[in-house]
Design a protein around this ligand. Structure first.
Ligand code: ADP
Ligand code: MG
Length: 238
């Protein structure tokens, strides 16, 4: 199966269980949002898919391949963090192209790809600036560009918009939705923001205390919450 599959995944930090027996199928092309309050385990789950945190038990498959014990760069994924994590001394162009350079891609091919991504994200005029010369929203765009340029089959986003102001957040939501429609790639997107979940997701996973509470369309999570927690968290009438 293409997409991402979690089978009986568990996670403990220093003997303390934070994720219990997670089973989840993320279909190829889905925009799947992991929604839940702070501390419920969203980042832990995403980091296990990325290979940044080892699983304690269970298996993770990406595009039908067992990646449980593979390094992040062997998983066909790219991740965008809340804290952009750009290289401060490099230009935007080099920030975006760096991963490709590390893979040994020829220089002219890197330039073509960086130019394409710059065009797509409307940051072409910024390519020769340093990250410190950009606004928060522009930096986030560069971080997204750095993920896009690698053309992974799965994009992982950890609260990418939470450092932006409300207006910019609304603009970026629209952009991310367009981007997903245009690329048709699988996205796993972590947020604690119900509005983001409702507007972006094709499928929502509501998490609480390391357990899945509901997996459903945004409409159903809102209209037919599986339990009280979901109802109160999503803010739907009970
Ligand atoms: P979220 O992203 O939903 O806010 P996290 O995945 O960061 O939640 O955290 C889930 C739980 O795991 C929390 O109780 C948190 O304190 C704990 N946790 C996260 N990272 C670590 C770590 N590196 N070491 C120990 N505990 C951790
Ligand atoms: Mg988190």
């Amino acid at each position: 199966m293409n997409g991402v599959e979690l089978r009986n995944v568990t996670k403990a930090y220093a003997g303390l269980t934070v994720m219990e027996d997670i089973n989840l199928e993320i279909a190829d092309g889905d925009f799947l949002v992991l929604l839940g309050p702070s501390g419920c385990g969203k980042s832990t789950l995403l980091n296990m898919i990325a290979g940044l945190e080892p699983t304690t038990g269970g298996a993770i498959h990406i595009n039908g391949r067992d990646v449980t014990d593979l390094e992040p760069d062997e998983r066909d994924i790219a991740m965008v963090f809340q804290s952009y994590a750009l290289y401060p001394t490099m230009s935007v162009r080099r920030n975006i192209g760096f991963g490709l350079k590390m893979r040994g891609m020829p220089k002219d091919e890197i330039e073509t790809r960086v130019a394409e991504v710059g065009e797509l994200l409307q940051i072409t005029p910024l390519l020769d600036r340093k990250p410190s010369q950009l606004s928060g929203g522009q930096q986030q765009r560069v971080a997204i560009g750095r993920a896009l340029v690698r053309e992974p089959s799965v994009f992982l986003f950890d609260e990418p918009l939470s450092n932006l102001d409300a207006k910019l957040r609304a603009d970026m939501r629209i952009e991310l939705k367009r981007l997903h429609e245009r690329l048709g790639r699988t996205i796993v997107y972590v947020t604690h923001d119900q509005i983001e979940a409702m507007t972006l997701a094709t499928k929502v996973v509501v998490l609480d205390k390391g357990r899945i509470q509901q997996v459903d369309t945004p409409e159903n999570v809102y209209r037919r919450p599986a339990n009280r927690f979901v109802a109160s968290f999503v803010g739907a009438p009970t």
